[in-house]
Design a protein around this ligand. Structure first.
Ligand SMILES: C[S@@+](CC[C@H](N)C(=O)[O-])C[C@H]1O[C@@H](n2cnc3c(N)ncnc32)[C@H](O)[C@@H]1O
Length: 211
């Protein structure tokens, strides 16, 4: 059983930890919002997000005009904390559905070709797992499930602490236009980068497909 803590630190920031491992705080959330902006800029309006966290990706999607946002969150304690106002919460928006569960199961349960984008932000990136079981999320079976749930032209975007050659290679086996986008962030007084790794489902030649 995971130990989930959402707490207010002495510096006033709200912090999420799982099993003692720092997951995120609400001091520097630009990359979580960039994850949303990335798929909105690509035309996405119906989006599934893996990992509610402190809700900044979901909030940016809703503020950016998404029509429907489904968020899969493993830990009910995180959902409860955001509902009580932690991070970007609370949410009172009929376009948002939060499902407690593993994002792999939630993706697998989607209708085929029913989403414009899937945003994954469940760890500190594929090479910095908080939950060892999430390794499978970045492998062929799970990526293929994402592709199945996406419309032609749909986008798969993954937040990562670092660029990942392995994930780019895995994405390239399933999607096109694979890219690693550096997101500048300021961390404890230093200029650093986080990353969004992304790709698109191939449109059939001459096909229409959204977005
Ligand atoms: C880094 S936070 C997400 C941050 C979020 N993008 C935001 O804007 O605040 C990662 C979240 O993913 C959740 N998580 C981890 N593994 C998961 C899984 N397999 N399925 C669903 N949620 C998961 C964690 O509990 C945590 O809330």
């Amino acid at each position: 059983m995971d130990e989930v803590v959402v707490r207010r630190r002495a510096d006033g920031a709200t912090e999420l930890r799982v099993n003692g491992v720092f997951v995120m705080d609400d001091l520097e959330t630009s990359s979580e919002r960039v994850l949303a902006d990335h798929v909105l800029a690509g035309g996405a309006r119906e989006v599934l997000v893996g990992g509610l966290g402190l809700g900044f990706t979901a909030r940016a999607l809703l503020d950016g005009g998404a029509r429907r946002v489904v968020v899969a969150e493993l830990h009910p304690e995180v959902v409860a904390a955001v509902a009580e106002g932690a991070g970007a919460g609370p949410f009172d928006d009929p376009r948002l559905e939060v499902v407690v569960g593993d994002v792999r199961d939630v993706v697998a349960a989607q209708e085929p070709a029913s989403l414009d984008a899937i945003c994954l932000d469940v760890d500190n990136g594929p090479d910095f797992l908080v939950h060892p079981a999430n390794a499978a999320l970045y492998e062929d079976t799970a990526i293929a499930d994402c592709v199945r749930a996406l419309r032609p032209g749909g986008q798969l975007a993954v937040w990562s602490m670092a660029d990942s050659a392995d994930l780019r290679a895995a994405l390239s086996r399933h999607v096109t236009d694979v890219a690693a986008t550096a997101v500048p962030v300021r961390l404890q007084g230093r200029d650093e980068h986080y990353w969004v790794l992304s790709g698109r489902v191939n449109r059939p030649a001459g096909g229409k497909g959204a977005p």
